[in-house]
Design a binder for this molecule. Structure first.
Ligand SMILES: C[S@@+](CC[C@H](N)C(=O)[O-])C[C@H]1O[C@@H](n2cnc3c(N)ncnc32)[C@H](O)[C@@H]1O
Length: 283
């Protein structure tokens, strides 16, 4: 079953009118020589709203002011506008490590403690990462799943992306790292696209949540937070990492993206399991 949770009251006030969009377009063109004109307005407004929410700006005028004064935010907005979503088994070697070392150890500990497991894909985009985890569980941990109640959650700030993720329909390019056998087993053609099998789709629940509030999320034993931190300022990265540390019990695992790392004093709360794959264990 899927739960799309509504965001806090900020969501309703995030109207970006055409005038504000024109102003932001101009600021980006003048200051970063970046043109938004090739993108759809609706899509750009949605992306701008993501940054507004992250900065806790209540209206477009406040956000335009921030953009005029703050070069860093201008760079972050530019990055957010050009976000490339995701892929199944993105960085395959990380998923191999999960399959061969991390997941067996988490299942073993859960079995001894007779507890369930919760895995969380933070900044899940179209759900590719969470579903990849689901495929691994189905392929290699069927026996463990019978013993240990296991939940995969996936959250993002973008409601439209979450709706699409829930449908599990993808363009071919999202499947390029998939072994042929997996593709044959779990995907069926659907017009020009492919659709993920219902068996895997039902393993994941999607939630609209701001990662800035991660310390209020339910606890989990594995947090995947890949290629999302890079869109935040250093203080916000530290806040998010502290939040993740808060929801991971001792022995819980954190995976960051290939170009991300632990920053600030949160490093004291983790030990590094695999520096190459950016896998850390909560102390
Ligand atoms: C590049 S995608 C990462 C997808 C996936 N984790 C991966 O590594 O393939 C970054 C995602 O972060 C989401 N995001 C940006 N700001 C966010 C926020 N404040 N809270 C939650 N998600 C956010 C974006 O909507 C986008 O889907």
């Amino acid at each position: 079953m899927t739960h799309i949770l509504s965001e806090d009251t900020l969501t309703e006030s995030l109207e970006i009118g055409d005038d504000a969009l024109a102003e932001i377009t101009l600021i980006l063109e003048m200051r970063r020589n970046f043109s938004m004109s090739i993108y759809k307005d609706k899509c750009m407004k949605r992306r701008i709203a993501i940054r507004m929410r992250s900065c806790r700006c209540l209206d477009a005028a406040a956000y335009c002011n921030l953009l005029r004064q703050n070069d860093q935010e201008l760079d972050l907005l530019k990055k957010t506008l050009t976000i490339h979503v995701s892929q199944f088994f993105r960085n395959p070697s990380m998923f191999e490590k999960l399959q061969s070392e991390i997941l067996p150890s988490l299942f073993q500990k859960a079995s001894v403690a007779q507890e369930g497991l919760r895995f969380w894909s933070l900044g899940c985009a179209g759900g590719e990462e969470a579903y990849s985890l689901g495929i691994i569980l189905q392929e290699s941990f069927a026996r463990e799943l019978l013993q240990t109640p296991t939940e995969i959650r996936a959250s993002d700030i973008d409601a439209d992306i979450l709706q699409a993720a829930d449908r599990g329909e993808y363009n071919e390019d999202r499947l390029k790292d998939l072994p042929y056998s997996i593709r044959e087993r779990y995907f069926v053609p659907n017009g020009p696209r492919v659709q993920l099998s219902a068996d895997i789709r039902k393993m994941v629940t999607f939630h609209q949540q701001n990662i800035m509030d991660v310390e209020t999320f339910e606890s989990c034993q594995l947090a995947l937070c890949r290629n999302t931190l890079i869109y935040f300022t250093r203080p916000d990265q530290e806040k998010i990492l502290h939040g993740i540390a808060h929801i991971l019990p001792p022995g819980g695992m954190l995976v960051l993206g290939k170009s991300e790392t632990l920053v600030g004093d949160v490093r004291r709360l983790f030990t590094t399991i695999c520096p190459l794959e950016r896998i850390y264990c909560r102390l």
